[in-house]
Design a protein around this ligand. Sequence first.
Ligand SMILES: [Zn+2]
Length: 417
Amino acid sequence: MQNLAIDRERLWDELMETAAIGGTPKGGICRLTLTDLDRQVRDWFRARCEALGCTVTVDDMGAMYARRKGQRDDIPPIAMGSHLDTQPTGGKFDGTLGVFAALEALAALHRAGYETFAPIEVINWTNEEGSRFTPGMIASAVFAGAYTRDWAHARQDRQGETFGGALEKIGYRGGERCGDRKLSAFFEVHIEQGPFLEADGKDIGIVTGVQAMRWYEMTITGQDSHAGTTPMARRRDALLGAARIVDAVDACARKFPEAVGTVGLLETKPGSPNVIPGEIYMTLDLRDPDATIVERMESEIIAAAKRIADNIGLTVATKNILNEPAVRFDAGCVAAVRAAAAASGLSSRDIISRAWHDAAYVSRVTPGAMIFVPCKDGVSHNEAEFSSKEQCAAGAQVLLQAVLDYDRRLAERFGEK
Ligand SMILES: [Zn+2]
């Protein structure tokens, strides 16, 4: 077995070069999906892949697949990748590291003239961030059959432009039907976006799964009334109820060691300085690696919200709008990552992803796993997001080894037939 090595300087240079496409003064990237900046980085990615001898295909969700031939082109490819879109105040590593680590792994095969058994593909998934068009991870979700293509194309941004229209405008609505492509496996490198690897001093996170997540909309209804003339005893203040519910969410999540609960959006009506708020719209996001804990939190919070509302003379309506079960990554893919970290001489630990990623959706239809690298202070979705050249390189090296390990196993499996 050849000892293939990725080129850490080249990986770093590509990350820094493309970070200029949408680069912000504070050192981050603002490259919203399907904007002209997204087109520019896609064009860059396509040209680089073609220079490495790859064929680039685009599907009707704008997902890009750069393919390097294998010995057996009839076998579905082993794929790797992530996303090139960012948050409005995004960092240089979220998503981009997964794409460029994959590109560098593929470049290492190309430099060595190494012929894999299965074809190898690098994928750039469209709109992972969900910032311009909601929901996020929409291309990988369509790929996995979680949403229909037509529904996804009809999503609108705040200016009323549709996802399908934006795809056309930048010239990235391809002919292949999203989801038609079969993959043998999918591996995604990503910065951890949390503090655990750094705190433990580990180079690599072997991601065994993704935590369960549920989202809710809550509408709290009281009564608008005059802030000066309504005595405290006669108020039905919906914002007071919301404040107490926010506190109850925090208290509930703290009872479970791994749970998190967040009220991230709150709208006050009528929104006037001298009117007691009569209606509140707010969102609730509950997560835990164990879906049964999320269910317990849900029932506790709904009961607490009802008690709080009854005390103030309010009503609360809660609607579940998103329900993502916990993900268990494929044992074979996770084993390939574990073996790759060991073979690369890197320290590692098992970890559950706290954020959702394209790999979580893809793993519904394809064996998959993820590789985490530490990021400074666990900060992400922020222009200050940072992983070092060495940390990025470690992720790419483990990715390459994992893909080669998986490829050998595929060759054995098909060889036996
Ligand atoms: Zn990401």
